[in-house]
Design a binder for this molecule. Sequence first.
Ligand code: AMP
Ligand code: ZN
Length: 462
Amino acid sequence: MSIKFYNTLTRKKEEFIPINAKEVRIYSCGPTVYYFAHIGNLRAYLFMDNLRRVLKYNGYKLKHVMNITDVGHLVSDADEGEDKMMKAARRENKNPYEIAEFYMNAFLKDIDKLNIDRPEIVARATEHIDVMEEYVKKIIENGYTYQTEDTIYFDTSKLDKYGVLSNRNVEDQKAGARVEFDKNKKNISDFALWIKAPENHIMKWDSFFGKSYPGWHLECSAMSYKYLGEEFDIHTGGVDHIPIHHENEIAQSKGFCGKIPAHYWMHVEFLQVNGGKMSKSLNNLYTLKDLEEKGYEPLVYRMFNYTSNYRAQINFTFEAMDAAKIALNRLREGYLKHSQGNEDVTNEQIEDYEKRFLEAINDDLNMPVAMSIVWEIIRNPKKSKKLQNLLLKFDEVLGLDLKNYSKNKTSDFPEEINELLLQRNEARKNKNWEESDRIRDILIKKGYLVKDNKEGTILEKK
Ligand code: AMP
Ligand code: ZN
């Protein structure tokens, strides 16, 4: 069945046709690691993960790259303000490398908790400075730059058109510009590619331009080229990337090899909080840890995101999170009920559910419709393992970890038994069969039947 994605480049929903029929190549703009990710950022990676899962569900292999911006860049996309990493380093009295290491690990932990699969390649900018240097040299050779004393700029007037994604022209940008026009630039849309480092700048490298560092936009162009080539299938990011960062990536690629790097550009809309912007000053900026401290497990936040399509804004409220918490519990309970049933459900019924689920996810990842089909299955009065298996299959896309829920569903047993079951699951995961047999024997002695199957262990009181 064909897949349709909304492509920001053409402003249309289009049939997805990958360059290589078997393997889809994707690049996602990753986090700048100078602070904990907030739940808005995490929405962007949940979208990225659903995209991966839908493509895999359709049988594609993936080669997916996500960058980690661990080189400092300026506070605004338009080369204005302070360096984010330096600012964080001052705030925490650490050096920028320590800041990057700490927040990168915190980010990876967050995405693990949300059951977001890691892209095949997670590429740190600081480990690719040489790749960026080679890339920028070619843009210079091709005649797309000019140089001031301390900066190499991309000259956007050399392009046939700048602004293909946002469809804005340079005049619009002037009218809309809130920042002072940098007098060193020839055109307002020009941007820094490579910058000489001032004496007190910690993150700098010896390069063709002396002690210097790359502009932010360069890392995505250089790393996507290194791992995915001049042209690949899908580029993802947040809607805030459209007007500057992604326009600049396209400009760089055109300067490098004359091509727009990705065929499909997909952008996730913003999460709002109580109908407005999330910000520290409004005291409404939440991290995953904040949600956990308020009693919401991370997967509740994943569930909450399925109430909206990725292209629509979503409004975060604690009432909506409470509803998502109840919904996730109902889903799990419903799933368990099916796992215990043996009533007859026809193959036609299963096929109908499968067909409609696939139609929904292949329609530009329509998760709210996909979830409505999941609820039909949960509410089906006939309880059947066939339906359980179908839910497990759909969970390859939903990522709600139902498989492990059944494994760890221990709450009806005494504490001591729960503990033994968890230890045994751990032993089985580590293929420590001796230990797992030992615990099984204890459980049997204590009066339980232990049944192992592909999905995990089922325990019953004898
Ligand atoms: P950053 O680490 O600031 O580069 O942002 C990481 C990702 O989060 C980018 O893809 C942004 O587009 C995205 N993002 C930032 N704020 C929000 C928000 N409120 N809702 C959804 N995505 C966001
Ligand atoms: Zn990027």
